[in-house]
Design a protein around this ligand. Structure first.
Ligand code: PLP
Length: 381
């Protein structure tokens, strides 16, 4: 990888001549490890797993998962079997991969042969897995998800009752945990949290005893009653705040530095960008940065939020384009900002959560959308 000039805080101070990308994404694996250790300490008594679906929320699952494994993580959650198969070679013996989206008909053999553990989401999946265990003549591991209110994945109450009445349907299945998922854990005061907790306790009791797996990042911060035996944080590992409205207890993981590709002076009355959504009411300095919506810098960032040059905020003006965006650089002295100057898009001046708020979305969408065109640098391993 190209080397680049950086300040002590990791900021890019000069664009490397040999690098031709529009932005640098820096991912701090040490911060992810520290966040894992902090969450694991918080849930003492429960095992702390990690959700690494969607390529570890866009940060690179094959780089992130080994760091988590070295920190002691043994439960890795992905969304799809394909993600699990890709991750398998990166994990040490003894680490297990769980597929949250369930067991698709026809995938039983590949799942079992690769030692990947499905989260069974309905009675039919339970029966498929049980039948596959019988055909192999050995027990197969699985988690079973029960719905507690979200109506997304997991056995509804009627199916839980049918399973409870006829536990032979689970024959040959080694039930590693009963799983459910919180819909409103980012709103600690929402009544759904206690309702889902009560439903989880009551519905789990209908089934043969097995460990409980309930809390995501937000759920961990709702308190010990939500922890059960295994927790499965994602967002908090990657630095998003699990406690909206309070100071973020997690270390920040990502920084994004964009490259300025042109600077110009405009006059009062001049327009900026597609559809002329911004018009100058005074002479202004406009800087164009090489990041656009094709890089995950969302179009809803048009005319809102800012980039930073040092400590100076450069507000976005005009529409975000596919490959570039325009900044009001009037506050920067003439000549200070030139072609190739790096500006901070995510970093010490603005967190992923703050960028998301400016673009009217959540940090999850910003992280998972981070562009494939960026140069990537991993630090802190
Ligand atoms: C994505 C996901 C998680 C992780 O949630 P975070 O809010 O990122 O911690 C946990 N469980 C399930 C079922 C999920 O889909």
């Amino acid at each position: 990888m190209t080397s680049l000039a950086t300040a002590a805080d990791g900021r890019v101070t000069a664009w490397p001549g040999a690098d031709n990308s529009g932005a640098w994404l820096t991912i701090d694996l040490g911060a992810i490890r520290d966040n894992y250790l902090a969450l694991a300490a918080k849930v003492q008594g429960a095992r702390c797993g990690a959700v690494v679906k969607a390529d570890a929320y866009g940060l690179g699952a094959t780089r992130v998962a080994p760091v988590l494994a070295a920190a002691g993580c043994r439960h890795f959650f992905v969304a799809h079997l394909a993600e699990g198969l890709g991750l398998k070679p990166c994990l040490p013996h003894g680490a297990e991969i769980f597929v949250l989206n369930g067991l698709m008909p026809g995938a039983e053999a590949e799942c079992a042969a690769n030692g990947i553990v499905p989260v069974l989401n309905d009675l039919r999946q339970v029966e498929l897995w049980s039948a596959h265990a019988a055909s192999l003549g050995r027990r197969l591991p699985a988690m079973i998800q029960i719905d507690t209110g979200m109506s997304r994945l997991g056995l509804p109450l009627g199916e839980i009752e049918r399973l409870a009445a006829d536990p032979k349907r689970m024959e040959g299945i080694d039930v590693r945990a009963i799983v459910s998922h919180l819909a409103c854990s980012d709103e600690p005061g929402h009544p759904a949290n206690v309702q889902q907790l009560a439903a989880f306790e009551a519905r789990r009791r209908l089934l043969p005893p097995a460990p409980g797996c309930f809390a995501n990042s937000g759920g961990i911060h709702l308190g010990p009653a939500y922890h059960f035996d295994i927790v499965r944080p994602g967002a908090a590992l990657y630095g998003l705040s699990p406690v909206p409205g309070l100071p973020n207890p997690m270390k920040s993981v990502v920084r994004l530095d964009g490259r300025i590709i042109q600077v110009r002076e405009i006059q009062a009355g001049d327009a900026v960008g597609y559809s002329y959504t911004f018009r100058a009411d005074r002479p202004m300095r406009i800087a164009t940065v090489a990041v656009g919506y094709a890089d995950g810098w969302l179009r809803s960032h048009s005319n809102t939020g800012a980039a930073f040059f040092g400590d100076v905020a450069l507000p976005f003006v005009g529409r975000i384009s596919m490959d570039s965006a325009t900044l009001d650089a009037s506050a920067v002295p003439e000549g200070a900002l030139g072609d190739g100057s790096p500006v901070e898009l995510i970093g010490p001046h603005q967190s992923v959560d703050e960028v998301a708020a400016a673009a009217h979305t959540i940090g999850y969408e910003i992280l998972t959308g981070l562009g494939a065109r960026y140069s990537r640098r991993y630090i802190g391993d």
